[in-house]
Ligand binder design. Structure first.
Ligand code: IMP
Length: 202
C-alpha cells in the first residue's frame, strides 16, 4: 500500500483524509519528529499548501499532501482569506482562544452589513507533491452566509457563525460527517483523491 504523508499534526485532518483515501497508508506529521514547521507566507491558499507539501516531501522522501484554507467574506473583499487563522493578530495564543478572538473581530467588522449582503465562502486548496516529481492541486469551496451570534459547539474556527447555503444550521451545529460531505476541505480532498489514484507516486 502506498504511503502518503499529510503535512499536518491535526489528528482530525489525518482521520478525514484516511476516510477519503481508503486505499492508501496515510500518516501525519506526528510520525516524523523534527519535520519543519513551514511558515504560511504566500498570498494564496494554493501557494501556502505547496510551500508545506514541498517541504514535507523533501524532509520525508514520501509523496506529501497539504492543504490550506480560510474564510472569504464578500463584504470584506474576500478577507480574512489566507489570514483567517491569524486575523486578530493573536499569533502565540492557544488555538481555541485565537479562534474566539478571530470570530469576534470578524463579527464586529461586519456588524453593519445587511443580512442580504453577508455572503461568504470557506475555501480550501489541497495539493500533492511527489518528491522530485509532479505537483497536483485541487480546490473546494462551500458558500454560505454569516449570522450575527455564534451558534453550536462543533467544528472550530468560524464554524459557529457560518450557515451554508440551503441550510438553517451553522457548520458548528452539524455532525462531523455531515460537514465533511459538503465542506470545502471535503470537496478538495475528494477531488485530490481522484488525482492521487491516477498519479505516478514513485
Ligand atoms: P489553516 O490551518 O492555515 O488552513 O487555517 C485555517 C483557518 O481558516 C482556521 O484557523 C480557521 O480560522 C479558518 N477555517 C478553515 N476551515 C475552517 C472550517 O472548516 N471551519 C471554520 N474555520 C475554518
Amino acid at each position: 500500500m502506498s504511503r502518503i504523508v499529510l503535512a499536518s499534526h491535526n489528528p482530525g485532518k489525518v482521520a478525514e483524509l484516511r476516510r477519503i483515501l481508503g486505499g492508501f497508508d496515510i500518516v501525519g506529521l506526528d510520525e516524523f519528529p523534527g519535520a519543519p514547521d513551514v511558515a504560511e507566507t504566500e498570498l494564496t491558499f494554493e501557494g501556502n499548501a505547496l510551500l508545506k507539501a514541498r517541504a514535507i516531501a523533501a524532509f520525508t522522501g514520501l509523496p506529501a499532501v497539504a492543504d490550506d484554507s480560510g474564510l472569504c467574506v464578500d463584504a470584506l473583499n474576500g478577507m480574512p482569506g489566507v489570514l483567517s487563522a491569524r486575523w486578530s493578530g493573536r499569533f502565540g495564543a492557544a488555538a481555541g482562544d485565537r479562534d474566539t478572538a478571530n470570530l469576534q473581530l470578524l463579527l464586529d467588522q461586519v456588524a453593519d452589513v445587511a443580512d442580504e449582503a453577508r455572503g461568504a465562502a470557506f475555501v480550501c486548496a489541497a495539493v500533492l507533491v511527489v518528491p522530485g516529481g509532479a505537483e497536483h492541486g485541487a480546490e473546494g469551496r462551500m458558500r454560505g452566509a454569516l449570522i450575527r451570534e455564534p451558534r453550536g459547539t462543533g467544528g472550530f474556527g468560524y464554524d459557529p457563525v457560518f450557515v451554508p447555503d440551503g441550510e438553517t444550521r451553522t457548520t458548528a451545529e452539524m455532525a462531523p460527517e455531515e460537514k465533511d460531505a459538503i465542506s470545502h476541505r471535503g470537496e478538495a480532498f475528494r477531488a485530490l483523491a481522484g488525482i492521487i489514484a491516477a498519479a505516478d507516486l514513485t
